[in-house]
Write a protein that binds this ligand. Structure first.
Ligand SMILES: *[C@@H]1O[C@H](CO)[C@@H](O)[C@H](O)[C@H]1NC(C)=O
Ligand SMILES: *[C@@H]1O[C@H](CO)[C@@H](O)[C@H](O)[C@H]1NC(C)=O
Ligand SMILES: *[C@@H]1O[C@H](CO)[C@@H](O)[C@H](O)[C@H]1NC(C)=O
Ligand SMILES: *[C@@H]1O[C@H](CO)[C@@H](O)[C@H](O)[C@H]1NC(C)=O
Ligand SMILES: *[C@@H]1O[C@H](CO)[C@@H](O)[C@H](O)[C@H]1NC(C)=O
Ligand SMILES: *[C@@H]1O[C@H](CO)[C@@H](O)[C@H](O)[C@H]1NC(C)=O
Ligand SMILES: *[C@@H]1O[C@H](CO)[C@@H](O)[C@H](O)[C@H]1NC(C)=O
Ligand SMILES: *[C@@H]1O[C@H](CO)[C@@H](O)[C@H](O)[C@H]1NC(C)=O
Length: 457
């Protein structure tokens, strides 16, 4: 017994140390990436020119459809008009997609991030796969009935949400190889990625269905980790929703009064599921939420996630890369089941970025690491799978009043701004969606705080 305990402690320690090293090395990696010289435009044109044999180049620039109206997106839309990168007409891409009978198609040459001084703008940047039938409209109050003009223009109710073995082929591979991760497969080789993708089963059912007695509506809460939830007493309200989404370090034990205890959908990356255990252990975080029948959704943000998937889907140890020898299935607290596991599609992730969260940072030298937060992807997943969405624990204008995380309740910390995310843009987007009545954002304005039981301060 004692031997077993010390053995497992030793193992745990080794795992923790390797996680720590990984975290350190990934931080070094981002620093190195952002300091590289990306200002070579020659290579950029070369890549496009070579590529144009596949993506036939012709005629006028097709501007993307109207973007969700924020200051940032408007500015970026303007800048794409002057982008030097060759453009291609949308209808020409469509005709180039199906293969002619007997025509062998091969993977295009690998494109490298370092060839681009800013996020490249392909003419098919804003073209996405759609799935045939969105869930039937059974809910009168659905956000899908929003009258907001800019939202209606940007929102694609049947955007393809999930990647699986049956919706990828060589044309798709080549199209998606133009976009950096997590929006596509730039810099990856076909064999490396496809070895994993070919294992992903086609999801058998939609993520969520209306519950009996809900008037045909799917009513969801999305619970972020922001400090605003500390002392909020929103737990009961959160749990009263049909479905509750959480992500990353979803610490629940001991915080139920503020954040609830129910989780229907848990969104993660290989990095977040492994590192949260290490980072948030001191707040009592022992495992991912594991409610009976919970659905797990993976954001494939990089090669390490495809390695993770391979190990997970085969029920084996990981055979290469960052999590070498780890057993992904052991991270899901006994609730892993292939039939309840979903992998987000690159088109969905890119659509969220392009139409709702197009950061100015995408024009900077560190463009290749810039992407929406896992929390942001989770909100948009909810907006595409639910009829009503309330977002709790997301950044608000008064964020400086609260800790970074709700579980940092004994010591006031500050919100950390990592260079790979545009937190201010996300904050403004939540407010805008709230003001447009597309979702409800939990905010603690002065007047709300006054309505609560007075606390001695
Ligand atoms: C970056 O690359 C450009 C073009 O090759 C070169 O002129 C410039 O000196 C380089 N800058 C740095 C800091 O290496
Ligand atoms: C473009 O193609 C030419 C010849 O096929 C090759 O020599 C060159 O390296 C390619 N350039 C890039 C950036 O892939
Ligand atoms: C581009 O669009 C303009 C205005 O619609 C049109 O006059 C012109 O002929 C087009 N050029 C080509 C090459 O299609
Ligand atoms: C976008 O919003 C700004 C300010 O809210 C407004 O002035 C502008 O007319 C809007 N543009 C569109 C295209 O809706
Ligand atoms: C490849 O996949 C795309 C997207 O799912 C589809 O539209 C296209 O028809 C497929 N092409 C072939 C040759 O199967
Ligand atoms: C959450 O708390 C309620 C009330 O205390 C309890 O009935 C329920 O079983 C809990 N659910 C989970 C998933 O722990
Ligand atoms: C996974 O879920 C399916 C469908 O609910 C069920 O039939 C199967 O037994 C489950 N597998 C495991 C290993 O629990
Ligand atoms: C968290 O909330 C509690 C109860 O409202 C409060 O006493 C405490 O100061 C808060 N912690 C922080 C860091 O704001």
């Amino acid at each position: 017994m004692a031997v077993q305990t010390s053995k497992s402690c030793l193992l745990l320690c080794i795992i923790l140390v390797s996680i720590a090293l990984l975290i350190l090395s990934s931080q070094f990696l981002s620093i190195t990436i952002s300091q590289k010289n990306f200002s070579t435009t020659r290579k950029q044109r070369g890549a496009v020119k070579n590529d144009s044999t596949f993506w036939e180049e012709k005629g006028n620039v097709t501007l993307p459809p109207a973007l969700f109206n924020t200051t940032y997106t408007a500015k970026i839309a303007e800048s794409t008009k002057t982008n030097l990168v060759t453009k291609l007409k949308v209808d020409q891409i469509k005709t180039s997609m199906p293969l002619n009978e007997g025509e062998a198609e091969t993977a295009m040459p690998v494109l490298y991030k370092k060839s681009f001084s800013r996020s490249p703008q392909w003419d098919f940047e804003d073209v996405y796969n759609l799935d045939s039938s969105p869930r039937p409209m059974t809910c009168a109050q659905s956000l899908r009935n929003s009258k907001d003009e800019s939202f209606r223009k940007a929102f694609l109710p049947n955007i393809r949400l999930y990647l699986h073995k049956d919706n990828i082929n060589m044309s798709e591979w080549n199209r998606l190889s133009h976009f950096n991760n997590p929006f596509g497969f730039m810099e990856y080789t076909y064999d490396d990625v496809m070895a994993s993708v070919k294992l992903i089963p086609k999801p058998e059912e939609p993520l969520l269905l209306p519950k009996p007695g809900s008037g045909g509506c799917v009513r969801c809460a999305v619970v972020g980790t922001a400090g605003i939830l500390n002392g909020s007493r929103m737990g009961k309200e959160i749990d009263s929703h049909d479905y509750v989404f959480r992500m990353n370090g979803a610490v629940i034990n001991g915080y139920e009064e503020d954040v609830g205890n129910k989780t229907s959908v848990y969104v993660h990356t290989a990095h977040s599921i492994t590192s949260s255990l290490y980072f948030f252990k001191k707040y009592g975080y022992k495992s991912v939420p594991n409610d009976e029948g919970i659905k797990y959704v993976l954001i494939p943000e990089g090669m390490r996630d495809f390695n993770w998937l391979k190990g997970l889907l085969r029920g084996e140890r990981i055979s290469s890369g960052a999590y070498l020898n780890q057993r992904p299935r052991t991270y899901y607290a006994g609730q892993y089941n292939e039939t309840r596991f979903y992998v987000l599609h690159q088109d969905f992730l890119r659509y969220v970025k392009n139409r709702f969260l197009k950061s100015e940072y995408l024009k900077s030298s560190h463009w290749a690491i810039v992407r929406p937060t896992n929390g942001a992807f989770t909100v948009f997943l909810a907006l595409h799978t639910c009829d009503t969405v309330t977002a709790y624990g997301f950044m608000t204008e008064d964020y400086k009043k609260y800790s970074n995380y709700y579980f940092e309740r004994n010591l006031k910390t500050n919100v950390v701004f990592y260079a790979n995310h545009d937190y201010i843009l996300e904050m403004k987007t939540w407010k805008k969606l709230h003001d447009s009545k597309i979702l409800k954002l939990y905010q603690r304005t002065i007047s709300n705080a006054e309505k609560e039981t007075p606390k001695p301060h």
